[in-house]
Design a protein. Structure first.
Length: 326
């Protein structure tokens, strides 16, 4: 979210200083397009740039186009379909990665300052809302329950609309605040996860050092997690407490909840013992199969940083609905 916030802050500064500024937005993408739906950037008339629509020669081309259009008083917006294939009959992006993307160039006017300020407040306060773009302008509203993450409809260049949820979509709950949690927080914060750590040791130095987690909660007992960690399709849980006993308490508290991802750090021996106990107690294989354990992709990781990378890679696979391999 930090990169998004910086981009909107450049837009806000430009509007306040009466510097023409162009918003570039990827409204739709397919295949191996480098710019995914929701990527955006800002280019102002002074040459300042923030954000990205995918990089490479294609992005450079659109930065130059934005600068050119900013000098035309009548230009308000333009929509461009780009095909990343040199065999395409037209609208080639100059890239060969395949796929395509639809890019909006939208010159923002001074009246956009109000919704831009609302967007900045939303992102700064870790809240969510709905960004809307259309020929009628830029608008922002508080999140509407049930809205899809993205929606793009185009009848013509005079009749189109784009809506997107902004703010944090994915929430990571890390149970335990040790060295691995500190390293994982640093990695996942860069991947736009809202990070909430739970720990039962209030004076743990790695917890106190953690400046990337958005929330840190001290619990009396990990059994409290049953009411403190909400289920959700965009909720991810990583259990990495100080040892077997507390891992067991935490997992039992969360076992019957539905998450996008729930994993436990530990050796295969430890996990095998834990799951054997659960089976003896009659806990179903259906529930146990929902748990990623041992957690992480096997890259022979040893250090907290390497372990964090292996876990982050596994979570990214799940985030994009790619089957996790053990």
């Amino acid at each position: 979210m930090k990169k998004q916030l910086v981009t909107w802050e450049l837009i806000c500064k430009s509007l306040r200083q009466n510097i023409p500024v162009m918003l570039l937005y990827v409204m739709e993408s397919h295949g191996s397009s480098p710019g995914r739906q929701g990527f955006f950037m800002a280019v102002n008339h002074a040459g300042e740039i923030e954000g990205s629509i995918g990089g490479g020669i294609m992005e450079h081309k659109f930065i130059e186009l934005a600068k050119e259009q900013l000098g035309h008083f009548a230009t308000s917006y333009s929509i461009h379909k780009q095909y990343h294939d040199k065999e395409a009959a037209r609208q080639q992006s100059g890239m060969i990665c395949s796929g395509d993307q639809t890019i909006l160039l939208y010159k923002l006017l001074p009246e956009s300052i109000t919704p831009v300020n609302k967007i900045i407040a939303c992102l700064s306060q870790n809240q969510q809302g709905i960004l809307q773009l259309s020929p009628l302008g830029l608008h922002f509203t508080p999140e509407i329950h049930g809205e899809p993450d993205y929606h793009y409809a185009m009848q013509s260049e005079l009749d189109w609309s784009y809506r997107e949820k902004i703010g944090y979509r994915d929430f990571l709950y890390i149970i335990g605040g040790g060295h691995c949690a500190l390293a994982l927080s640093e990695v996942m914060q860069k991947l736009d996860f809202y990070i909430h750590i739970f720990e039962d040791r209030p004076h743990l130095h790695t917890l106190l050092e953690n400046s990337t987690a958005h929330e840190k909660t001290i619990v009396r007992d990990y059994s409290q997690l049953k009411v403190m960690v909400p289920a959700g399709e965009h909720h991810y849980v990583v259990i990495m407490t100080v040892g077997y006993r507390t891992d067991d308490i935490a997992l039992r508290a969360l076992l019957h909840k539905s998450f996008r991802y729930c994993g436990v750090l530990g050796s295969a021996t430890k996990i095998g013992k834990m799951f054997d106990t659960y089976r003896e107690e009659g806990i179903s294989e259906t529930l146990l199969n929902r748990i990623q354990a041992p957690i992480g992709i096997d890259i022979s990781s040893q250090t907290p940083g390497e372990i964090a990378v292996s876990i982050a890679a596994q979570i990214i696979k799940v985030r994009h609905s790619i089957p996790v391999l053990h």
